[in-house]
Ligand binder design. Structure first.
Ligand SMILES: [Zn+2]
Length: 319
């Protein structure tokens, strides 16, 4: 009851007064000593503490993080593990290709490479996909979401096992993601922060929900893909559509997925960014994956994760 709390609080304040005075005196003494030793805002140690932060901001590798918020003070203070250094990660080097290039990467004589990409995870199927990739010694790319929050830690697991992490969408709700440009950026920043919490930084690799050529976004905002595709490039990201797919965006048997893979890659592209999914409903993709991998191997392809040297396929814009 209020009538009890008020008097007791008053007694506590009275009894604590001498102790409070003693604490204030002690703090003043410690601060005076620290200033005398050069720990103050103008001391040598304070300057040393500022300099690394300035050099980090000027490093090109950090530009990808530019649209993101600065790390919260709590993150800076966390001493447990060495800080992740984006400059040492090859996934953060400069793009080596023209971001506007939209041609098929079709250059005879080059080594044939497939970039397997998995959208809509992580989910209960991601662990099986990882084990299959390990069994074949293959690195791939995961365009992740927050559709299944219980599996968020799998983002870190994919990364630690050598795969590239890209950002697909936080909600994957078209009505929400494409409600406006601000809504898109809010969604992208949300998945960026989730990925940062798992791998230590926000990657530059993006795949739009539905691809850049989607027309469903026109139901919500006319012209939004034309604007967003330029905005993400301007912000330092790169977006990756795909050259071929196993067709698992719709429900199919494993046999059908293998057949669709063969049909969709019959042109014999040198470089293939290949779309598949590791969402919760994609058991047949897991079932078909070994045969899809072996098919590409028989065709003379090797496998690689996306990096900034990968030609980024851009579909034609439909909205
Ligand atoms: Zn998707």
């Amino acid at each position: 009851m209020a009538s009890h709390r008020a008097p007791s609080a008053g007694r506590r304040r009275k009894s604590l007064l001498p102790a409070a005075i003693a604490i204030v005196v002690a703090v003043v003494a410690v601060v005076s000593l620290a200033l005398a030793l050069g720990f103050g805002p103008f001391g040598k140690r304070a300057q040393e503490a500022v300099e690394p932060a300035e050099s980090e901001q000027s490093a090109s590798a950090v530009q990808v993080d530019a649209p993101q918020e600065q790390p919260a003070p709590a993150e800076v203070e966390a001493p447990a593990e060495p800080a992740y250094d984006p400059a040492t990660d090859w996934r953060n080097t400069e793009f080596a290709v023209d971001p506007a290039r939209t041609e098929w990467n079709y250059e005879p004589g080059e080594q044939k490479v497939v970039y397997l990409t998995f959208d809509d995870g992580p989910s209960a199927n991601t662990a099986a996909v990882l084990d299959i990739l390990d069994a074949y010694g293959i690195k791939a790319t995961f365009f992740v979401t927050n559709i299944n929050p219980d599996y968020a830690s799998m983002i870190g697991e994919c990364y630690r096992r050598g795969h590239t992490i890209g950002m697909h969408t936080y909600t994957h709700d078209y009505a929400q993601v494409y409600a406006s440009r601000d809504a898109y950026w809010e969604d992208l920043n949300a998945i960026g922060e989730l990925v940062r919490s798992q791998i230590g930084y926000v990657p530059c690799f993006i795949r739009f929900p539905g691809g850049s050529s989607n027309t469903v976004s026109a139901n919500y905002t006319l012209g939004i893909m034309t604007q967003l595709t330029q905005e993400v490039l301007d912000a330092g990201y790169q977006y990756y559509d795909w050259d071929a797919s196993c067709g698992d965006g719709a429900e199919h048997t494993a046999d059908e997925l293998v057949d669709a893979t063969i049909a969709d890659t019959s042109y014999g592209y040198t470089s293939i960014v290949f779309l598949a999914h590791d969402g919760a409903e994609k058991q047949t993709t897991v079932e078909a994956l070994p045969r899809i991998i072996e098919y590409f191997q028989e065709q003379g392809y090797t496998f690689a994760p996306l990096d900034r040297n990968t030609c980024a396929p851009h579909h034609g814009l439909g909205n």
